[in-house]
Design a binder for this molecule. Structure first.
Ligand code: ADP
Ligand code: MG
Length: 723
């Protein structure tokens, strides 16, 4: 028998693996954990392709379960038999025709091979490029009846079908599936190969113990897991694969429950392991706050007191600090860190990029100096020697607060006594990584800061069962950013206005899109814009893009910050958290290429001081409906939460978080647009399970263990005391 240390979770999580290895995957799941290469027709090469498609992890071989969680996004109904004349342009139809004649075209020409055929309603031409003549002659004998299925195109008012999907003798017609599932594909993988593999995989689904609550199952009238999986892959109707139908709902709920249950177990475990009650006088925190050149907002005060309460409890803090750009999260983080440091422990703040880490360091340094907090910056550029010295100081407890990037802290950095980790997150950080991090200390408290105002419906999926503090009010004196949109045709006019503003002493960001950091064209565009602006404005302009070294970026940012340059041309690297309070104008070129949340993030770079600010959305027309809607919303409101809700509505959950997959991040089946209510139910369900059967020992508890394995959440099982 296999133990739970299958390759499955090796790649699935970087969570700390606890010592209990006695936990075993229930053997009833074995068929579902066989590698895809155990399927007929899937050799090593196909296995690689299939795995990359269905796991989104390059180095893991997919299992049968992975394959089964790759759901069809559409179906083709081969029962659609309207007759030739009634087949609409673009329809996939099945025709019962008599072959009329072959029109091969010249043997060495480029012209396609055509075959005409007819039924009672009209005639059609089948079209073949690069034909295999012998095969065509055999498949379409003149004068005989054939069942042909494929997509009809009307061309010059005549129907034709290019490369039909099926050509069958009437007596073989049953070989064609009446309804065919259509799957998302990847280059090099034929649709029929994948269909066949998945169809075979459905035969391997065992009968599993039921993990859903009886009453809930009766109420929803959902099928069991096996039936749900089989039905979505062998659909009879379009509705069988509807996200709102019982089959997908069942599977989505299973996935959500697994995730919620795992999160609940992790959380219970963290609580149980216990945190350290930190109740210092608050001397350092007061000193930090007193050193600020401004008053805290009410919501900053509330957030700090919520955090102080968490810290004072002998359980671990797991708190999400949510606040729009410019709402002042950094100060709250520093206040939290001060509290922990005063109690004798160390703190760490992790930023997603090096620029941001430096910025945090620079803004915290003067406050820390006043309060007597020893702060250090760790960067990827530190020399070996520098790194060793810093590490020694961390181990000796001579550094109170370490600032660095996520990457740095995930590495080998150790602490004498790490008490609080602040993650400036930007969604790039999973629950599991967070667990790994908190293993760097005893009872480490965790504060996650997120700048994109995620709608409530998404907080749950992305962050799990965390406590939430929200910064809802803007620092005093902030004025909303006036936003206009203009066509790129008016570029000269905009540049002239920017020139006038710069002469008045204002500072300007000019953002060009960079869809992929590697796209040469975009890079050329940003360099080009830089050159043009320098020429027209007749002064030095800073430039920042992803291809530059950290040093070059730093130098450009510093020049802009200090006022040495007044214009900064940048790709979206500046999106995340950059703070230059006296910048007042944001120009976004090709605004139609950006998502709503991204536009909002960018706009949030200005309007940070007390001077009125503006944002110019330069677009290239004509605008599509969605792009138009986005720009309208941007002009109408500065409210980040409202914008996030609109973004969710316009784009769906996956994209709002900047991920490229279609579904909701972290999920293969569940989609926040369709299953938000299931998410809530799953959370309540998970809580109830933990209240009644915290060790998953009951009959349902055992079945739930299966569920956790099935969806790759089994690391949570190792947190249970008994195996
Ligand atoms: P974000 O929430 O986007 O991370 P920051 O923490 O970077 O925001 O704060 C943005 C700017 O606002 C910084 O310059 C910071 O010093 C300033 N700031 C923070 N809180 C206040 C406040 N209560 N009043 C005035 N300015 C503030
Ligand atoms: Mg910030």
């Amino acid at each position: 028998m296999r133990t739970s240390r299958a390759s499955w979770h090796k790649n699935n999580s970087s969570a700390p693996v606890r010592k209990s290895t006695s936990v075993m995957r229930p053997s009833v799941l074995d068929p579902l954990f066989a590698p895809v290469s155990s399927l007929p027709g899937i050799g090593p090469k196909m296995s690689k392709l299939v795995s990359s498609l269905v796991t989104s992890q390059p180095d893991r071989e997919a299992t049968i379960a992975d394959l089964l969680f790759h759901l069809p996004h559409n179906v083709i109904d081969r029962r659609h038999k309207p007759g030739i004349a009634y087949s609409e342009n673009g329809d996939i139809v099945t025709l019962d025709v008599t072959i009329d004649r072959h029109m091969p075209g010249p043997r060495h020409g480029k012209a396609p091979y055509r075959i005409s055929a007819f039924d009672d309603t009209g005639s059609i031409t089948f079209v073949f490029f690069h034909p295999h003549r012998d095969w065509l002659e055999k498949m379409f004998p003149e004068g005989e009846r054939r069942i042909v299925s494929g997509k009809v195109d009307w061309f010059n008012e005549r129907p034709q079908m290019v490369h039909p999907d099926y050509v069958l003798k009437p007596e073989e017609a049953a070989a064609m599936p009446p309804v065919e599932p259509i799957y998302p594909l990847t280059a090099g993988l034929a649709s029929k190969t994948l269909q066949k593999a998945i169809k075979t995989a459905t035969d391997r689904v065992p009968t599993l113990p039921e993990w859903l609550d009886d009453a809930y199952l009766r109420q929803t009238q959902w099928p069991d897991f096996a039936e749900a999986v089989r039905t979505v892959h062998l659909p009879q109707e379009q509705s069988d694969i509807s996200p709102e139908g019982p089959y997908i709902q069942r599977l989505a709920y299973d996935e959500l429950l697994a995730s919620q249950l795992a999160l609940a177990l992790v959380r219970a475990n963290m609580r149980q392991l216990g945190g350290i009650a930190r109740k210092p006088e608050g001397r350092l925190q007061k000193a930090v706050i007193a050193a600020l050149p401004f008053q805290l907002t009410d919501s900053q005060k509330t957030a700090i007191s919520e955090i102080n309460q968490d810290l004072a409890e002998p359980v671990r803090m797991l708190r999400l600090l949510q606040g729009d750009v410019g709402s002042g999260k950094t100060v709250v983080a520093l206040a939290a860190l001060a509290q922990v440091i005063e109690s004798g422990a160390q703190g760490a703040i992790m930023a997603p990029t090096e620029i941001l880490a430096r910025q945090h360091y620079a803004s915290m340094l003067p406050l820390c100096e006043k309060a007597g907090i020893r702060i250090a910056l760790l960067t990827g550029k530190d020399s070996q020697k520098q790194r060793r010295i810093t590490q020694e100081k961390l181990d000796a407890g001579e550094i109170d607060l370490a600032v660095g990037t996520h990457a740095l802290f995930q590495g080998s950095v150790t602490f004498r006594d790490l008490g609080l980790v602040v993650v400036d997150e930007q969604h790039r950080f999973g629950v599991h990584q967070r667990l790994a991090l908190s293993a760097k200390g005893k009872g480490v408290d965790v504060l996650v800061m997120t700048a994109t105002p995620i709608p409530r419906t998404l907080v749950l999926t992305c962050f799990g069962d965390m406590d939430v503090s929200r910064l809802t009010d803007k620092p005093a004196g902030r004025k909303p950013v006036k936003t206009v949109s203009a066509s790129l045709d008016r570029l000269d006019e905009i540049i002239a206005r920017v020139g006038a503003a710069v002469r008045e002493g204002q500072k300007v960001y000019w953002v060009c899109p960079l869809v992929e950091e590697s796209e040469k064209i975009d890079l050329a565009a940003v360099e080009d814009r830089h050159r043009v602006l320098e020429q027209v404005l007749q002064q030095r302009v800073s430039l920042v893009h992803g291809r530059m070294s950290a040093d070059e970026k730093d130098a450009a940012m510093t020049a802009f910050k200090s006022g040495e340059t007044r214009v900064l041309v940048a790709t979206t690297v500046i999106e995340v958290g950059v703070d230059v309070p006296d910048a007042t104008i944001m120009v976004i070129e090709h605004a139609e290429r950006f998502g709503l949340s991204q536009l909002h993030q960018l706009r949030g770079r200005v309007g940070r001081g007390d001077k009125p600010s503006s944002c110019v959305l330069l677009f290239k027309g004509p605008l599509g409906e969605t792009a138009q809607a986005r720009l309208n919303i941007m002009r109408e409101t500065n409210d980040g939460f409202l914008i996030a809700e609109e973004d969710l509505r316009l784009r769906g959950g996956g994209e709002i978080l900047g991920t490229r997959q279609s579904g909701t991040p972290g999920f293969r089946i569940a989609q926040v647009e369709h299953h938000a209510d299931l998410m809530e139910t799953a959370r309540d369900d998970a809580r109830l399970i933990l209240e009644t059967d915290a060790e998953l020992q009951s009959e349902r508890g055992q079945a739930l263990r299966c569920l956790l394995y099935l969806f790759g959440r089994d690391e949570a099982i190792r947190l249970l005391r008994a195996g």
